[in-house]
Write a protein that binds this ligand. Sequence first.
Ligand code: 13P
Length: 325
Amino acid sequence: MSALNKIARTMVSHRRGILAADESIGTMSARLESVGVAPTEENRRVYRELIVTTPRLAESVSGVILADETFHQQLDDGRSFPEYLSDIGILAGIKVDTGAKPLAGASGEKITEGLDGLRERIADYVRRGATFAKWRAVITIGDGLPSDRAVRANVHALARYAGLCQEGGLVPIVEPEVLMDGDHSLARCRQVTTETLEELFEELDLLQVQLDGIVLKPNMVVPGSGSGEQVTVADVAEATVETLRETVPPAVPGIAFLSGGQDPEVATEHLGAMQGLDPLPWELTYSFGRALVGPALEAWRGQEQNRDAAQSALSARAVANAAAR
Ligand code: 13P
């Protein structure tokens, strides 16, 4: 088993999942402000410390994805976040993309940037304790969207990122997110997700990315958030697993879903329903952001006296998702 394969398997096995705590400074600041907390560097640090010091987190979380700012910050006891995570048996990951920007020639669509200097940045993150990385591409469904050029440009960047990570010794989380925003149907989400994943695996093959050393992080197949379409948990689970069966080679060790704005409890129900659809060639787990930490942030609201309640809220979501597996 290669070193990359071993890390990838650790990330997705034993009923554990991955916690995405890598919101950009802008996004994290907005989330803090939404609960009445001033968006300072120190408050972002305090909040992230609350998250990672949640008791027994390592029983349901295999890895935490950090933002660059957090990666270089310290806990109150002086340990860096990657050092602390390693001490409690959780892998430290790093978000290495620099965000989605408007794609030239493709109105309303985005391309994720961050390839310049990536080889050197990866080497530095590895020295400081990272074992895996994340890059998120966003695909928008709309009138005539996505365009072929947006899908092609994004899967190309994902494949180049993945190749650089593997060369430098990091397992890449490969995240092509088909957004839930819009009034499209579940069938349309399925079609776009299928096309995106087909193109992604062609590009990963072209760039010789080792499939047993990645973790795929896709969206679940759901109707657009503005569609009003009523679907059952079983509908989503079946559509998602069928889409993945048609597109994801069995060499991929694990698939860790993003939550994408789904209600936290519904996202957990979807994950649970998929596990019953045997036989699955890969591990199916979670790499949620909002669906794990959203309730904790709401409970905390920047008040020290709410610390235990916030950690209990995170713990409840993490345990429920591990149980759903
Ligand atoms: P959500 O689960 O909130 O969609 O976030 C996951 C993630 O890491 C997005 O890049």
